[in-house]
Every structure is written in structure tokens, then in C-alpha cells.
Design a protein around this ligand. Structure first.
Ligand code: HEC
Ligand code: HEC
Length: 305
């Protein structure tokens, strides 16, 4: 009996040591999505970057608009079931912003959810969508951000509930739920449809709000059928034009709604969508909004997955 106890004690301690070692050293490395973009020969276009930061919502999450914070110097509180996030300072300030980052560092954040020191970001930062962006679009955004006034403003720490506060755990999350990779055009579809699909899945990340999530905060459908618990716990309607409330909306109806915030019945789109329209889609070109509408109208034909 004594021998058995001794054995159990030793193996118990060994097991605990292994578990801690595995958690600390192995988990973060079992599946780190190594950034895989090359920027050789790609020159960022500032005007295009300026267009994209609005379309992609970067301003809203990285600027404390309500308190008149400097552009991109750090965002307002983002409440989630896992705690509160704050978009960091992404101005070119060398100490408190991203002034020292290369375009590769920047791309690793947007497409692989990795910081320059290799830490995992939480998906409150929608890199799960931005990973679909083209390298050219990423270089354009970086070029534009370099023209913004540097603001010295230390980023605020997230206040998350344990164990979600642990970045190492995101390795496992990514392994289960994250697929890195640029948008691949569907050759059966038109160029307009592909542009719409690219914008919706990538930069404008409509699905980040219009899709139901599982208990781990991962999206569980591709069909934008809405959720009962979106940002700040509010419900978000489906925008699958074949099945949901917007069934029967014409391409012009959808385009007009994204331009003005007005639905065909004269109602105003409010809450989080009001901000998306004001900060984002109302600044987008007619062609891009039309492309989004064309894509939304085809969504009921996507497999249920
Ligand atoms: C829905 C809100 C949201 C949107 C939209 C968003 N971000 Fe962020 N971003 C965040 C949060 C939150 C973090 C911090 C995540 C963390 O702590 O793991 C972050 C982190 C970052 C980082 C890492 C900064 C650092 O200091 O480590 C960069 C770079 C960044 N975002 C750039 C962008 C760009 C460019 C866009 C637009 C294409 C964008 N973000 C859109 C919320 C957002
Ligand atoms: C930050 C979260 C968020 C994002 C991102 C977002 N939406 Fe919304 N959307 C909402 C919410 C919340 C509503 C409900 C607004 C209301 O009821 O007043 C809504 C409503 C809508 C409606 C009206 C639907 C109806 O049945 O009345 C349309 C259309 C729409 N969104 C399209 C889009 C498109 C297209 C995108 C991407 C370009 C997008 N949304 C991105 C949160 C979001």
C-alpha cells in the first residue's frame, strides 16, 4: 500500500509537471498559423487604404469617437460574453502605436492573429475575416495608417474573465475554429458576385455580427442567418436574402439601405448597424454595395454546412 501511494504521488506530481509544461510550451506551438504572405513587389496605395479602413470598420473599433479620442489612438470598450476588449492604438507612434511594425508584422496580425512577438490575438479583432483579404488590400491599409498622425496613448488592457484571459488558449481555439487563407474566387460565379463575396467575408466582415456563435465564440454557419445574441447581447437579424426578413428586397433596396440606413419600409437600421452604415458602408462605392447585394441575394443557395 505504501509503495502504491508513493507511486501514485510520484506519477501525480510528474503528471502535473507535464500538464503545466504542455500547457505553457506545447499548446502555443501545436498549431501556430505561421504567416504566409509575401509583400515583394507590392506597393501600398494610400487612397485605397483610406477607403478600406472605413469599409472594414477599423476606425470604429480603434478610435474612441464618443470621447473625441485621436484617430486610431485606441478604441472604446467592446463588451463580449468573455469580458471587455479595447482596440489598441494603431497610429504610427513608435512607442505606444505600431510605428515600428513592418508590413509583414501588420499582415501577420490581420491574417494569422499573431503579434510581432508571436502572441495570439483574440478573435474580438476580426482577423478570422481579414485573413481573406488580398495582400494588396493589406498593404494599402498599412500605407494609409502610416499617414495618420502618431498619437502617444498606451493601449488599454482587456479585462477578460479567466480562463478566456489566457492568450495561450487561443492556440487551441485557432486549431479548432480558424482557417487562415486569402479569399479564393468562385470561377462559376460572376466577377460582381465574387467582389461581393470577398467584401462580405473579408474586409466588411458582415458575418461577425450576422452569424450565430457557439459557446467558444466561433461562428457556426456561413449563411448569415442572424443570431439571438450579437454584439452587446442584442439580437441581429439574418441577411440571407433567400430566407430571412430581407427576402423580397431588390438589389436596389439593399444598396440603398447600406448607403442611407433606411429600409424599404422606411424604418431606420439602428444600433450596431447604424454605426456600420455611418462609419462604413455609406462611404463605399455604388459598385461595391451592389456587389454585396448580389452576393446576399444568392446566400440561400450556400450549403447549410
Ligand atoms: C470589432 C472590433 C475591431 C475591428 C473592426 C478591428 N479591430 Fe483591430 N483589434 C481589435 C481588438 C479588440 C484588438 C486587440 C485584440 C487582443 O487583445 O488580442 C485589435 C488588435 C489590432 C492590432 C494589433 C495591435 C497591437 O498593438 O498588437 C492591429 C494591427 C489591428 N487591430 C488593426 C486593425 C485594422 C487594420 C482593422 C481594419 C482592417 C481592424 N484592426 C479592425 C478590434 C477590432
Ligand atoms: C457590428 C455588427 C454588425 C455588422 C459588422 C454588420 N451588421 Fe448588419 N445589422 C446589425 C444589427 C444589430 C442589425 C439590426 C439593426 C436594427 O434592427 O435596427 C443589422 C441589420 C442589418 C440589415 C437589416 C436587416 C433587416 O432584416 O431589417 C441589413 C440588410 C444588414 N444589417 C446588412 C449588413 C451587411 C451587408 C453588413 C456587412 C457589410 C452588415 N450588416 C454588417 C449588426 C451588424
Amino acid at each position: 500500500m505504501r509503495n502504491w501511494l508513493k507511486w501514485a504521488g510520484v506519477t501525480g506530481v510528474a503528471g502535473a509537471v507535464l500538464a503545466v509544461a504542455g500547457y505553457t510550451f506545447i499548446l502555443p506551438t501545436i498549431w501556430t498559423p505561421l504567416p504566409n504572405r509575401s509583400f515583394n513587389g507590392i506597393v501600398g496605395n494610400v487612397d485605397s487604404g483610406n477607403y478600406l479602413v472605413r469599409a472594414a470598420g477599423c476606425i470604429a473599433c480603434h478610435t474612441d469617437i464618443r470621447n473625441k479620442g485621436a484617430l486610431f489612438a485606441g478604441g472604446p470598450a467592446l463588451e463580449t460574453p468573455f469580458g471587455t476588449f479595447f482596440g489598441p492604438n494603431i497610429t504610427p507612434d513608435a512607442e505606444t502605436g505600431i510605428g515600428k511594425w513592418s508590413v509583414e508584422d501588420f499582415s501577420a496580425a490581420l491574417t494569422a492573429g499573431l503579434s510581432p512577438s508571436g502572441e495570439h490575438y483574440f478573435p474580438a479583432f476580426p482577423y478570422t475575416n481579414y485573413t481573406q483579404m488580398t495582400s494588396q488590400d493589406i498593404a494599402d491599409i498599412k500605407a494609409y495608417l502610416e499617414t495618420v498622425l502618431p498619437a502617444s496613448n498606451p493601449s488599454r488592457n482587456n479585462t477578460l474573465i479567466w480562463p478566456f484571459s489566457d492568450r495561450n488558449l487561443m492556440a487551441g481555439w485557432k486549431w479548432l475554429f480558424f482557417k487562415q487563407g486569402e479569399y479564393q474566387p468562385d470561377t462559376v460565379q460572376t466577377a460582381e458576385w465574387n467582389r461581393g463575396a470577398y467584401l462580405v467575408k473579408g474586409p466588411t466582415h458582415c458575418g461577425a455580427c450576422h452569424t450565430e456563435r457557439n459557446a467558444f465564440g466561433a461562428r457556426i454557419s456561413k449563411r448569415l442567418t442572424g443570431t439571438s445574441s450579437g454584439p452587446n447581447g442584442h439580437p441581429v437579424p439574418g441577411i440571407n436574402a433567400g430566407e430571412n426578413h430581407i427576402k423580397g428586397w431588390t438589389i436596389e433596396d439593399i444598396t440603398f439601405a447600406l448607403q442611407t440606413g433606411l429600409k424599404p419600409d422606411g424604418d431606420v437600421m439602428g444600433g450596431a448597424m447604424g454605426e456600420v452604415v455611418e462609419e462604413g458602408t455609406s462611404h463605399m462605392s455604388d459598385e461595391d454595395l451592389r456587389a454585396i447585394a448580389v452576393y446576399l441575394q444568392s446566400l440561400d443557395k450556400e450549403p447549410a454546412q
